[in-house]
Design a protein around this ligand. Structure first.
Ligand code: FAD
Ligand code: NAP
Length: 536
């Protein structure tokens, strides 16, 4: 069968793929989104675990591209629950008539560049072959769940789940002995909810994480009105910030103020909740001494919230500076450890040795279990890309090119892979930001780029090796000025055995990054080679 010809293939129907489809249509391109899941929504389709919600405020964790959309949709809580976010996505699909170009339950298995035809040949697990000029990987940074390779899992007689592959039906833990392995954001959100149901919950913690209270609650009409009346201005402000969100940005070092002022500032930020805390001073991410003050403050809060001093100490993160590992935002996380039906196991002191038919064994001790929840995270940023056999010019495999860590220009394009774009790819701010802001910026940049090619009778764009090298140098340089390398996190690939230890996101900030991307575009896509049919 000859391949189906279209202008653009978009892989993934999360927030990114959905918006990319809309922009492709507006450019008059024929486009198809291919999505492995049975529904669109990406993260919010797959992560249905108890307690799942956003931790960037709903009013900003939403599309900004349409003022009509942001005026007509009303979020109910400061941090929306997963079902509400999925309803919002469904609304967007209907409102902009996007469903008809989204092909569900189809996984892209390979994307191979045909040099002679200047087209991407894309194969799916249904055996369909498509040929497209542009291939846009909207495959997600957190879409490849990681289940540790424990011996014996297949013999476990209870039920096991990964937070990122949660079943669609209601899971009732009532009367059950449950384990949650992992205390990142997914664990921190699900643990209080599971604890309220289960007969007993054992939390297996390898590394404690910093968590700031969400102070979640319903949004008042006044809150909503404030946002809606000022949306254009507030969105614009967010675009220029370091993290793509509106926080009160401090101009002061934590070292410049008195202990009273410092603690008062931390206390006020703590009361506001969420990532605001990380902005308390301007050097928490760059200066260890400043960071230590924040660490000490949060430790004291944990000690206040947790009754048993030994458990409290175990929950105090001591191995990494605050903010260099993705912080968590919680509702009653630490208080959950005061419940009689919850226990905490330190996996560093007593490592999990195996999963047994009736539970798991850690440090020689058997834990009898009816269910295990893996909140063990994702093969972040590169996992989904590597699951596709992506081959560029001269057959070079992306996996091979990136065997020592990702190399890209702006986290958007890769030398040797013409007309292929990665949305929120490694080397862009992506996961260090309000991702709605970052993904909209990427999609708009890609759409403008495709438009530019059309207007100038060009049909190919490819990052140069020199531009890529220079960008990677800048990405590493920016990270070297921070404390990020001091932590074993998925930001540096430390959560997946064998993954190269490099910095995956660009830490230079969303606003700065946007400026760089805009300037490159304004200079006729500096650092890229552009060519037309006449050059071929
Ligand atoms: P995704 O939503 O991950 O979508 C990618 C899609 O691509 C998936 O549906 C996947 O099935 C599909 N796909 C991948 N490979 C293939 C293939 N080979 N073939 C076909 N389809 C494929 N960010 C924030 O800024 N704020 C938050 O509060 C926040 N909360 C989060 C909560 C959770 C539980 C998780 C896991 C992440 C959270 N994030 C948050 C990050 C979140 O991933 C992004 O905000 C955003 O949803 C990403 O959208 P996306 O479309 O880029 O990727
Ligand atoms: P994560 O942050 O990577 O946390 C995984 C947890 O599992 C960590 O505590 C990790 O310990 C532990 N773990 C991994 N392998 C283990 C092993 N072999 N044995 C024992 N413990 C192990 O994953 P996540 O919680 O799913 O979150 C991933 C990202 O998704 C977040 O950082 C965030 O960006 C996003 N997210 C956001 C929200 C939200 O609040 N809106 C919710 C969920 C996810 P170590 O720390 O020791 O590696």
């Amino acid at each position: 069968m000859p391949p189906t010809n279209i202008d653009a293939i978009i892989v993934g129907a999360g927030f990114s793929g959905i918006y990319m489809l809309k922009r492709c249509r507006e450019l008059g391109l024929s486009a198809r989104v291919i999505e492995a899941g049975g529904g669109a929504g990406g993260t919010w389709y797959w992560n249905r675990y108890p307690g799942a919600r956003c931790d960037v405020e709903s009013m900003t964790y939403s599309y900004s591209f349409s003022d009509e959309l942001q005026q007509e949709w009303t979020w109910t809580e400061r941090y929306a629950r997963q079902p509400e976010i999925l309803r919002y996505i469904e609304h967007v699909l209907d409102r902009f008539d996007l469903r008809r170009d989204i092909q569900l339950e189809t996984r892209v298995t390979s994307a191979v560049f045909d040099d002679a035809a200047n087209r991407w040949i894309v194969d799916t697990d249904w055996g369909e072959r498509l040929s497209a000029r542009f291939c846009i990987m909207a495959t997600g940074c957190m879409s490849t769940p990681h289940v540790p390779d424990y011996e014996g899992l297949e013999r476990f007689e209870g039920d096991w789940y990964h937070t990122g592959l949660w079943p669609h039906e209601e899971i009732d833990f009532t009367g059950k002995r449950v384990a949650v392995i992992g205390t990142g954001s997914s664990g921190v959100q699900s643990i209080p909810v599971i604890a309220a149901q289960a007969a007993h919950l054992t939390v297996f913690q390898r590394t404690p994480n910093f968590s700031i209270p969400a102070w979640n609650g319903p949004l008042s009409d006044d809150d909503v009105q404030m946002w809606k009346s000022r949306y254009p201005e507030l969105r614009q402000r967010a675009r220029g910030t370091r993290v793509g969100d509106i926080f009160e940005i401090s101009e002061t070092s934590a070292l410049e103020v008195s202990p009273e002022v410092r603690d008062g500032t931390f206390e006020r930020r703590w009361r506001e909740g969420s990532f605001n805390f990380l902005q308390s001073f301007n050097d928490l991410i760059t200066n260890k001494a400043s960071n230590d003050f924040a660490v000490e403050f949060v430790h004291d809060k944990i000690r206040e919230r947790v009754d048993d001093p030994e458990v409290a100490e175990l929950l105090c993160p001591k191995d990494h500076p605050l903010g260099t590992k993705r912080m968590c935002v919680d509702t009653d996380y630490y208080e959950t450890f005061n419940r009689a039906n919850v226990s905490l196991v330190d996996v560093k002191a007593t490592p999990i040795e195996e999963i047994t038919p009736s539970g798991l064994k850690a440090g020689g001790k058997e834990h009898e279990l009816d269910a295990i929840v893996f909140a063990t995270g994702f093969d972040a940023m590169t996992g989904a890309l590597f699951n596709i056999d992506i081959r560029g010019r001269d057959g070079i495999r992306l996996k091979q090119k990136w065997s020592n860590g990702p190399r890209s220009y702006l986290g958007l394009a890769v030398a040797g892979f013409p007309n292929l774009f990665t949305v929120t790819g490694p080397g862009s701010p992506s996961v260090l930001s309000n991702m709605m802001n970052s993904l909209e910026q990427h999609i708009e940049w890609i759409a403008d780029c495709i438009d530019y090619l059309g207007e100038h009778a060009l049909d190919s764009i490819e990052a140069s090796v020199e531009a890529e090298d220079e960008w990677m140098h800048h990405v590493n340089d920016a990270a070297d000025k921070t404390l990020f390398f001091q932590s074993n996190t998925w930001y540096v690939g430390a959560n997946i055995p064998g993954k190269p230890r490099v910095i995956y996101p660009y830490v230079g900030g969303v606003g700065v990054y946007r400026g760089i991307c805009d300037e490159i575009a304004a200079k006729g896509y500096e650092g890229f080679t552009l060519s037309g049919p006449q050059d071929g």
